[in-house]
Design a protein around this ligand. Structure first.
Ligand code: HEC
Length: 155
């Protein structure tokens, strides 16, 4: 009889430790997912989700003007220059991430996993181009318009 009781105790203990392991795993997955999300946004002033409507011609025209004066020294669409080529960037990154990369490039290359990898690859630090959050939003619209074939970049 005693043997059976000990066996039951051992089984109960095992169930308890399995429960603890499963719970720990579940919590880690939740926490890691949370981090993943904030990484997708990147680090910077844009913390709220950007709600996208169909591309707006007035907004992307403004973005195009800023792009031509502040970004073309380092970026093209279609081939790499000093920085990465930007064709399809709106398909590979979140809008919030793109805006934070434009508004906060220094901290992005230090703290955001993807931006850090780009820096390791291009070996040049993108610099802040003295743009406002509205300018960054217009630049995002321009990149969306290029990716949707609504405008052809002058390059
Ligand atoms: C001095 C050169 C330079 C200038 C000017 C510059 N960038 Fe960059 N950009 C880079 C580099 C280099 C990277 C890769 C990250 C790094 O090394 O800092 C990058 C990364 C990016 C990325 C991420 C690309 C990807 O594949 O995910 C975007 C988007 C971007 N830049 C947009 C802009 C915009 C918009 C402007 C103009 C406001 C601009 N950049 C001005 C050099 C520059």
């Amino acid at each position: 009889m005693k043997g059976l009781k000990d066996k039951m105790k051992a089984i109960k203990l095992r169930i308890k430790s399995i429960t603890v392991i499963v719970l720990t795993l579940a919590i880690s997955v939740l926490v890691l997912n949370g981090c993943g999300k904030s990484e997708e946004f990147g680090v910077g002033p844009v913390k709220e989700e950007i709600k996208l409507a169909p591309v707006d011609a007035a907004l992307y025209t403004k973005g195009e003007q800023i792009f031509v004066s502040k970004c073309v020294a380092c970026h093209k669409f279609g081939s790499r220059l000093v920085g990465p080529q930007l064709k399809d960037v709106t398909k590979r990154r979140r809008p919030e991430w793109i805006m934070n990369q434009i508004l906060n490039p220094l901290e992005m290359t230090q703290k955001d996993k993807v931006s850090k990898e780009l820096f390791a690859q291009y070996l040049v630090q993108m610099t802040f181009q003295d743009v406002s959050q509205d300018d960054a939003r217009a630049l995002l619209e321009y990149m969306r318009a290029v990716d949707e074939g609504k405008v052809t970049p002058k390059e």
